[in-house]
Design a protein around this ligand. Structure first.
Ligand code: ADP
Ligand code: ZN
Length: 722
């Protein structure tokens, strides 16, 4: 009799054994349905056969599998990757598996779903909620639940609108095939350096072996064109390709560019997909029919049967680090997947992470450089503005030299990008009369004023309230003052200075969907925008040839708080945003406003001396045994009950192992002491590379138990310290 050992989609459970009924054949990787208590549940066969470690009490005690899911088995390299990820990041295998089985509806069978699309007809009674839903949904189509989410209303509101004829049902097939991209569709003539780089990548793809490659090319050097050649090679060999992008807002421009080169768009995978689109993509991926998939980090765990190449674009981006659920780093897991699959992994970046450069120095990753911009475009001229010498007027944020440069740029009909990594109008709002500050009721964080939507919002939990006219504490009218700038406030200043200029604010509040991002790119490319004011969202990847001036409003901002990567991140962000200037024929200029032009990172930026910066940062990391020379793990304890959280944290701290090469700091209240109503404590574990960190953590934490309401999560290689 055959047994199957399953991992079920329930993070609380370990592997469970089942009996394979007569007439049913299973192999490892097969997706099955198994009984769990009274309910059927989806799981994956991890091993099949007999298991010596099961006590010989007769197979009759095992419950039988209920059925097979009509999908190919998860390939062995993916199963190994799931095991590795669970092990390395101390996550339940089921939680990692869930990321592979990321479309439940794809497993449910059935080939059509009913979606709804707007008819253009208005309902008889246009309540504010209905109006809001119609406005936000626009032309979009989807399931009732999806439309409700987009519209910010309940399902009932959408159903009401369906009844009133504002939406009509459409039957959508979820299995029609994706068109195949054509490697020979459009030929691009590469320059000598690009061709040499492309040849190396193509050779790696052709060799069909694991190799991690850092494609280290300055902004505008044509990294995308170069790795497109590697993608073409994988296509010619009939292999699948995965391209990871850091931000869903970058997907849309990528799709367009890809289509221009290969004749049709690749398959997109991100959180903005409708259920039917996810389902279609998942099935096509699992059958090997989706040839090229581009997506956010969640695309990494999908069941490609036939991967020939993985590209991680903008590989230095910290958004590749997942901060909830399974806390993994997609760049690192991508390299691991390439190793399991036996295919090359290309990390493309103009500002590689210190960790990645270190791998190159150790000889583990190959480095391919593109040291010049394509087409003779020069890197922009960098100008520092010392705010202690050249301050803006009171209550203003743009210093005179920057304003003058803006005038010149506008006079030439060119475009400007102002960068400030702060959403909203002002980071802090207080009452001028009594000093009251608006704090989030769920988090230890100030509420941020958003004038565009007239709301105060918490950037940690999303809680928001309409901005009141009076102070809730003292009741005085018109006494609220904004402290400090956010992008909306900069946009106001721009409007006051240049009333004729057309400005666009770009943040996650305004570019919340791929469609919005696409519209933004169209507007800027068509010259319908003169001045972009944006957060880190605009520092990435965009290519606007008419954009010739970049202003960094507050270069010191990211250095506050001082976590271990603060200087590195500041450096990367400013180089990236500078890289948006002068990408076409016209030369670019970058003005960097800072209060501290003498600190090393500012000096490196102003001198354009990356090598010096990298060497100094690497040296200081080495001295501190910080990554990549040593390792960190954080343990975060949270509970709605503050005393319980503190108590559990204290017990975990008391049980901390004592070892050479291992240090444990804390527990201490987290800098973000309350988040979404949960009180938080942290411990930080610092280990030498010789220490088996995961094994120690696992043993340590398994010796302690805590109440069900308490959450203890481990963050291996943490990027966030709040
Ligand atoms: P990076 O990703 O390195 O910043 P891109 O790949 O976006 O650079 O290239 C910058 C711009 O130069 C893009 O508009 C791209 O189409 C163009 N470009 C780069 N290489 C070539 C080439 N060989 N032929 C034509 N255009 C190119
Ligand atoms: Zn909050």
């Amino acid at each position: 009799m055959t047994r199957a050992r399953l991992i079920l989609l329930n993070a609380a459970l370990g592997p469970l054994d089942y009996r394979v009924p007569h007439g049913m054949a299973v192999e490892p990787g097969q997706i099955v349905v198994a009984p769990l208590g009274p309910r059927p549940m989806i799981g994956v066969v991890w091993e099949a056969g007999s298991f010596p470690d099961v006590p010989p009490v007769g197979d009759n005690r095992l419950r039988p599998l209920l059925g097979l899911i009509d999908a190919p088995p998860l390939p062995a390299p993916l199963r190994r990757l799931i095991e590795w990820t669970a092990d390395y990041y101390l996550a339940p295998p089921a939680a990692v598996l869930r990321m592979a089985l990321a479309s439940m509806s794809a497993l449910e069978g059935g080939r059509t779903v009913i979606e709804y699309r707007p008819t253009g007809a208005l309902p008889e009674r246009l309540t504010p909620q209905r109006a809001q839903a119609l406005e936000r949904i626009g032309e979009r189509q989807g399931l009732v639940r999806e439309l409700a989410a987009i519209g910010g209303v309940s399902d009932a509101v959408i159903r009401g609108l369906v009844k009133q004829g504002a939406f009509e049902p459409v039957e959508v097939s979820t299995d029609h095939p994706f068109p195949a991209p054509d490697p020979a569709h459009a030929h691009v003539a590469l320059n000598g350096e690009q061709q040499a780089a492309a040849d190396r990548l193509v050779a790696h793809v052709a060799a069909a072996r694991f190799q991690a490659v850092l494609l280290d090319g300055i902004t505008g050097s044509g990294k995308t064109e170069v790795y497109f050649e590697a993608i073409a090679q994988a296509m010619r060999q009939g292999r699948q390709v995965l391209v990871l992008l850091p931000e869903i807002a970058l997907t849309e421009p990528f799709l367009t560019r890809f289509a221009a080169r290969f004749g049709c768009a690749p398959v997109a995978w991100h959180s903005g997909l409708r259920q039917s689109e996810r389902r279609r993509a998942w099935r096509a991926i699992s059958r090997g029919e989706a040839r090229v998939v581009v997506g956010a980090r969640s695309a990494l765990f999908l069941p490609y049967p036939n991967l020939g190449l993985i590209v991680v674009d903008e590989a230095h981006e910290t958004s590749f680090k997942q901060e909830e659920g399974v806390r993994y780093h997609a760049r690192d897991v991508a390299v691991m997947r390439g190793l399991m699959e036996g295919c090359p992994v290309v990390l493309a970046s103009a500002t590689p992470a210190i960790e990645t450069r270190h791998q190159v120095e150790l000889g583990r990753y190959e480095e391919i450089k593109l040291p010049a911009r394509y087409g003779g475009a020069e890197l922009p001229e960098i100008v520092g503005i010392d705010l202690t010498q050249d301050p803006p007027d009171r209550g203003r944020w743009l210093a005179p030299p920057l304003v003058k440069a803006m005038q010149e740029t506008l006079a030439r009909g060119e475009q400007i990008l102002l960068f400030l990594n702060r959403r909203g109008y002002a980071p802090l709002t207080l009452c001028r009369h009594c000093g009251y500050r608006f704090q989030c009721p769920n988090c230890s964080a100030w509420m941020v004023e958003h004038r565009l939507t007239r709301r105060l919002a918490c950037h940690h939990c999303g809680h928001s309230v309409p901005t009141p006219d009076t102070c809730p504490e003292c009741g005085q009218q018109d006494v609220l003052v904004a402290c400090g700038p956010g992008v909306e406030r900069i946009a106001d200043e721009v409007k006051a200075l240049f009333p004729q200029a057309r400005t666009a604010i770009v943040t996650s509040d305004t570019l919340w969907s791929p469609a919005r991002a696409a519209a933004f790119v169209r507007d800027v490319s068509a010259g319908a925008v003169d001045i972009i004011v944006g957060t880190q969202l605009v520092t990435k990847g965009y290519h606007f040839p008419e954009l010739t001036l970049v202003g960094v409003i507050d270069a010191d901002l990211g250095l506050d708080g001082g976590d271990l990567r603060a200087a590195e991140r500041t450096y990367q962000q400013i180089v990236q945003v500078s890289g948006r200037a002068g990408r076409g024929e016209k030369p670019g200029r970058v003005f960097i406003q800072t209060h501290a032009p003498a600190v090393p990172v500012m000096r490196a930026l102003l001198d354009g001396d990356e090598a010096a910066f990298f060497a100094a940062e690497t040296a200081s990391r080495r001295t501190a045994h910080a990554p990549p020379f040593g390792r960190f793990a954080a343990i975060i304890i949270s509970d709605t009950d503050a005393a319980l959280a503190r108590e559990t944290a204290r017990r975990i701290g008391n049980a901390a192992p004592r070892r050479d090469g291992l240090e444990v700091y804390g527990p201490a209240e987290a800098p973000l002491a309350v988040l979404r109503g949960r009180h938080r404590y942290r411990l930080l574990v610092h280990a030498r590379r010789t220490v088996e960190l995961q094994a120690i953590l696992r043993e340590w934490l398994s010796s302690i138990d805590w109440k069900a309401s308490t959450r203890v999560s481990v963050d291996v290689d943490p990027y966030s310290f709040v």
